[in-house]
Design a protein around this ligand. Sequence first.
Ligand code: SAJ
Length: 446
Amino acid sequence: MTLAEVKKKIESKEALLAVIGLGYVGLPVAASFARAGFDVLGVDLLTERVEKINRGENPIEGEEPGMADLLKTVATPGKLHADSDYGALRDRDVILIAVETPVDSDHKPHYQALISALEAMAPNLKSGALVIIESTIAPGTMRNLVQVTLEERSGKQAGLDFFLGNCPERVMPGKLLANLRTLDRVVGGMSPETAETMVTLYKKIVDGELDATECITAELVKTVENAYRDVQIAFANEVALICEAVGGDVWKVRELVNKSPGRNMLLPGAGVGGHCIPKDPWLLASAVDGKGVHLRLIPAARAVNDGMPYHILELLKKGFAEMGKELKGSKILVMGYAYLENSDDTRNSPSAVLVNELEKSGAEAVIHDPFVEEYQGDLLEKAKGCDAAMLMVKHDKYKEIAFPDLRDSLNKGLLIDGRRLYDAAKALNSDIKLYQLGIGMDLNSN
Ligand code: SAJ
C-alpha cells in the first residue's frame, strides 16, 4: 500500500486503525476515532482493562467528562474493540502508540514499554502501514530507536514499506477529551507527505490547528514546552526563597512584576508533581547526552522544584523552633496529597516527598486529601491532636476552613501554607501561627 492509498482510506474512513496502550492518552484517542466512524482496535497488555473497555466501561480513574458515555456508545465491534493480542494488528492500516515513557531515578529515559510495543507489533506490521508515536519521547528517539527497531524486527524499510510519524499528545487529566479535541497539535512526519497524511487523519478528531513538521521538531516541541514551564515555575520558587530571606512577599512581588509588559511570572509552590512536568525536561536533556552540550538551567530548575517540599519542611522546623517544639515525636497534618488542586492524581506528588521526610525525622504524618480516596475524611477530626498543619495542595475545599475550628483541633496553632491559600490577617485573629511560602519572617510575624 502506498502512502497515497493510506491517505485515501483515511479520507473515506475505511482505514483500519489501532491504538497500542489504552491509558489516559490512548483510550480517549481510540474512542474519539471510533466516534468519528473508524474501525479501531485497541491493544493493551492488561486483560482486565481490555475486558472492561469491551464491556463499555471506563477504566480511567478520576473525573473525565464525557469519557464514560463515549465508551458506552463506541465499545462495539466495528467501532472500538480492545484486545491483548498483537497478532490482531495484521490488518491495520494506521497504528498509534501511546505507552508510558517515564524516566529512571538517574533521569534517563525508560523506554521498556515503548520497545516492547515496537518489538511485538513489528512482525505484524502490514505493508504500507502508517505508525504514529503519541508518547512523549526525547528528541532523536524516532530516528534512533523507533525506526531502527521497527526496521530490524519487521525486515521492512521505513518510508518505503511503512511510514513513520510522531504526534505528541497535550492531554491533561480531567480534561482528556476536551483537550484532545480543542488543542493545537504538532504533527511530525518522517517525510512531508507522511506529515500531510497524518494531518488528514487527525483532522477527523481535532478541531485545533494541526502543524505539519518533521519528527525532530515534534519531539523537541513537546519536551521543550514542558521544560519551559518547569523553568518558569523554578524561577517563581527561587524568588520565593529570596523574598523569605529579605522580608518580602513573593505573592505581592509577582503580582506587580506581572504588571510589567511581557512578564508572566508563574506561581511559587510546595513542589512540582504530575505525569509530565517532572519528566519531560529530563527527556529533553537526555537528547544531548554524549554530544558535548553541558546543560545547566534545565537540570537546575528541576533541582529547585524538587527542593520545594524540603523547604516547606524547613518552614515547619522554624515554627517549631520558635515554639520550642521538637519535630521528632510530633504529629503533623498534611493537607493535600494529589499533585494538583482539585485532582485525585497523585503521580510524583510533592506531598509524598514531604511525608517521607517527616517520617524520617521521627514525626507522624496524618494525611488528608478530599480527592484521594484513601486520605478522605473529616479534616478537623484528622487535625485533632496534631501539632501543626501543612497545606501542600490548594484544593478549593481547603479555602473554606474555619480557622478557629482548626485552631481548636491543633495542639499548637501552627499552620504552614505552601500555596498562599490563606489570609494572614484571618489566621492572626484566630491565634494561628501562620508561616507562608515566600513571605519573609517580619511579614510573617503574626
Ligand atoms: N505548579 C506550580 N506553579 C505553577 C504551575 C504549576 O507550582 O505556576 C505545579 C503544580 O502544583 C503541579 C505541577 O506544577 O504540582 C504541574 O502543574 P501543571 O499546571 O503544569 O499541570 P500538569 O502537570 O497537568 O501539566 C499539564 C501539561 N499539559 C500537557 O502535558 C499536555 C502542561 O504542558 C500544561 O502547561 C499544563 O497542564 C497546564 O498549562 O495546565
